[in-house]
Design a protein around this ligand. Structure first.
Ligand code: IMP
Length: 189
């Protein structure tokens, strides 16, 4: 069975990606190691660097995923700074910034970086368009899930199961591209 190590401490991300890995007969294992991260406003550069360092250090193929929430009315904020913004002002801070704002379009972008110990690396991207809710709704998921409603639904991601979220999500799209690429090259990496 093809094995890939997912460098993440986020169990929500691991759960969502594992559901897709299963469909392709790929074993996705958590690599709970320390992640080396560079400062950049380019999600692909951030994740590719981390994957390269970890694959060399641990001598296994490594996948890293970085995501961001881009809000149109805020000029794409918080984008690559989503993690910092989540930790500081959180979902309630975002709702406050969006008070009285009628244009609520936003999207999540996911960048999956894969790197082999020999240094071969590839990037896969996924995007989901939607809206910022007017209040916090739901208890599932993580991060900004309670305030993001994907286009085509009325529920926030936090009101969905992981499987339901995967029908729409940026992460599911990026990992589906990655796992289908990997499955085609099984045993030939
Ligand atoms: P990260 O750097 O990829 O872990 O994500 C940046 C920020 O966006 C973190 O605060 C995450 O909680 C949040 N985030 C990433 N992916 C999602 C998602 O699928 N739903 C909600 N929030 C997310």
């Amino acid at each position: 069975m093809t094995e890939v190590y997912f460098l993440t401490s986020n169990l929500g991300k691991l759960r969502e990606a594992s559901l897709i890995a299963e469909q392709y007969g790929i074993s996705l294992r958590q690599l709970p190691a320390k992640r080396i991260e560079i400062q950049s406003d380019d999600l692909a550069r951030i994740s590719a660097f981390s994957a390269r360092v970890a694959a060399r250090k641990h001598h296994v193929p490594v996948v890293v995923e970085d995501a961001g929430l881009f809000i149109e009315a805020l000029g794409g904020f918080p984008g690559p700074y989503s993690s910092y913004v989540f930790k500081t002002i959180g979902v309630n801070g975002i709702l406050k910034l969006m008070e009285g704002v009628r244009r609520r379009e936003a999207y999540f972008l996911s960048v999956v970086a894969y790197c082999t110990p020999k240094g071969r690396s590839l990037i896969f991207k996924g995007r989901v368009d939607g809206y910022i809710a007017s209040e916090v709704r739901g208890t599932g998921g993580f991060g900004f899930d309670p305030i993001f409603i994907p286009k085509g639904d009325t529920r926030t991601f936090a009101e969905m199961s992981s499987r339901e979220k995967n029908l729409y999500s940026h992460r599911a799209k990026a990992f589906t591209k990655f796992f289908s690429w990997l499955a085609e090259r099984r045993g030939n990496l």
